[in-house]
Design a protein. Structure first.
Length: 94
């Protein structure tokens, strides 16, 4: 069995696009959950509530980089790059 060590945090969520923004939003009394009527199209689904990520693709991701990626892949790449930047910053402080 292999172990995984988490050494940083990358966030892309309805609370924000960075750890700092998400933490700030968690401390505010603001609800990110909204009603989405389009969910009514799915039979058997018992909810209409979502917490969508209002994601703005960073300008550094041009069409050449993202043309084969779906929106979730772009968000995952952004979160992974946030983790890499946090690790680099932590190493520079040490």
């Amino acid at each position: 069995m292999r172990r995984v060590v988490v050494t940083g945090i990358g966030v892309v969520s309805s609370l924000g696009q960075s750890f700092e923004n998400a933490l700030k939003r968690l401390k505010e009394p603001v609800n990110c959950v909204v009603s989405s009527e389009f969910l009514g199209e799915y039979k058997g689904l018992q909810t209409r509530l979502t917490a969508p990520a209002k994601y703005m693709k960073p300008e550094r991701y041009n069409r050449k980089v993202t043309r084969t990626m779906g929106p979730v892949s772009v968000m995952a790449l952004d979160a992974a790059e946030q983790i890499a930047a946090a690790i680099k910053a932590r190493k520079q402080r040490s």
